[in-house]
Ligand binder design. Structure first.
Ligand SMILES: Cc1cc2nc3c(=O)[nH]c(=O)nc-3n(C[C@H](O)[C@H](O)[C@H](O)COP(=O)(O)OP(=O)(O)OC[C@H]3O[C@@H](n4cnc5c(N)ncnc54)[C@H](O)[C@@H]3O)c2cc1C
Length: 404
């Protein structure tokens, strides 16, 4: 078995192949120098300086040895030859496969504007990126974050915690426009403003001005310069689909897979940020989360062994900013009603989203127990009314009983 991409999803495929009882050779190929590591802390504890790099590894070296997983780090796969069932490495070597998993992740989206190449303009995806940003934060006074998505907001929080002047420029009329409800977005705009961050909405960036090769300011469409000695661009990611496209696999904003992580080629599966999933209802789902990479990794390993293990759990995600922990479960798009449990003023609440009286998602702020129960509620498709959701006297756990 060959796995391309030694990140969260690739490692999970390897681990799950062993858990499923596969005893043959496994080769995990990754272009990064580091062994598979946790990416979420990069924009949180690593930037804040409260976590050591050594704590990032998902598994220690002895794990790979014990599980007989051959890890080829610093090695890039250049092409896939499906008819010969081989991958070609950048150095020309070829490796044959019986089953192949693509777990190539994604790269940061670049801004199509002048000045993108100036020193001090950085994106965040890898450990190397985080090192560069952390070093820059130590020297910077004024930070501009372009993009009010989760990564931009987490970087802003880390920079603010270090006492720097921080501006967030977001082109849309609210934060988190792609990934959260207007209600949650307004909560986060208030949170950042209360911490002293300048949050500018409807601020379309048109250029970056430099001085001696270094960034000096970000220009918005209204002509205003926003002075900066560090600019972090967080305007989304682009799935790494070149290998899949190069060998003729169907892609549509990601390598197309089904609920079992299967591509159109029975010998090839794909997992994680590089994929777009065609669900049983026919919709195309693109998720960028640890849970998605892990669950698809499990499905993919089973599929490579000819077993069906569909990923049907409700999607979940988290984000840490300042002392606020957000945990999301479910998909809130098209909700028609929100009810709250707890109080946004106290920064401890859960927002329950309903569509046609059915619970579809829960955002929990500093209420981890609600989140854990919420996952069960959604996975079991429990029947819960808006009144029950809002009633603090009614333990949520009592509503997860089967048969409701
Ligand atoms: C800063 C940051 C914070 C995040 N925070 C959260 C969070 O709080 N919660 C959450 O759920 N998710 C979070 N995520 C998202 C989560 O980390 C990703 O969804 C997850 O890592 C996806 O795993 P993956 O295996 O698909 O991709 P990755 O982990 O990106 O791994 C892909 C690997 O494949 C390698 N690769 C690509 N092409 C090739 C090739 N041709 N040959 C060899 N190797 C190749 C890449 O270099 C990379 O190492 C965060 C991501 C980032 C960047």
């Amino acid at each position: 078995m060959v796995i391309v991409g030694a990140g969260q999803g690739g490692l999970q495929v390897a681990e799950s192949l062993r858990a499923e009882g596969y005893d043959g050779p496994i080769t995990l190929i990754g272009e990064e120098a580091a062994a598979p590591y946790h990416r979420p802390p990069l924009s949180k504890a690593i930037l804040a300086g409260t976590m050591e790099e050594a704590q990032l590894a998902i598994r220690g070296a002895e794990f790979f040895e014990r599980q007989r997983i051959a890890l080829l780090s610093g090695t890039r796969v250049a092409a896939i030859d499906r008819s010969a069932r081989q991958v070609r490495l950048e150095d020309g070597r070829r490796l044959g496969y019986r089953g192949l998993a693509l777990a190539t992740g994604a790269r940061v989206r670049r801004l199509p504007i002048s000045g993108d190449e100036l020193d001090g303009v950085l994106g965040l995806r890898s450990l190397d990126d985080a090192r560069r940003i952390r070093a820059a934060l130590e020297r910077a006074a004024r930070v501009v974050v372009i993009g009010g998505g989760y990564i931009g907001l987490e970087v802003a929080a880390a920079a603010r915690k270090r006492g720097l002047e921080v501006t967030i420029l977001e082109a849309a009329d609210r934060l988190l426009a792609r990934s959260a409800t207007p209600f949650l977005a307004a909560f986060y705009a208030d949170l950042h403003r209360s911490q002293g961050v300048m949050v500018e909405l409807g601020a379309k960036v048109v250029g970056l001005d430099g001085q001696g090769g270094r960034v000096a300011a970000v220009r918005t469409a209204d002509g205003r310069p926003h002075p900066a000695d560090l600019v972090v661009v967080g305007v989304g990611i682009v799935p790494n689909t070149a290998l899949a496209e190069g060998c003729g696999l169907a892609c549509d904003s990601g390598v197309l897979v089904d609920d079992c992580a299967r591509t159109g080629d029975p010998a090839i599966v794909a997992v994680g940020d590089c994929t777009a999933r065609r669900t049983t209802t026919g919709t195309l789902l693109r998720l960028e989360s640890v849970q998605n990479a892990v669950e698809q990794g499990r499905s993919a390993a089973a599929a490579l062994l000819g077993r069906e293990r569909p990923f049907t759990a409700a999607p979940w995600f988290w984000s840490d900013q300042y002392d606020v922990k957000l945990q999301i479960v479910g998909l809130s798009a098209d909700h028609d009603r929100i009810v709250l449990r707890g109080s946004p003023q106290d920064r401890r609440f859960s927002a329950f989203y309903f569509r046609r009286d059915a619970l579809v998602a829960i955002d929990s702020i500093n209420r981890p127990a609600d989140h854990m129960v919420g996952r069960k509620l959604l996975d079991h498709k429990a029947v819960i009314t808006p009144e029950q959701a809002a009633d603090e006297n009614l333990p949520l756990a009592s509503l997860t009983r089967p048969g409701r």
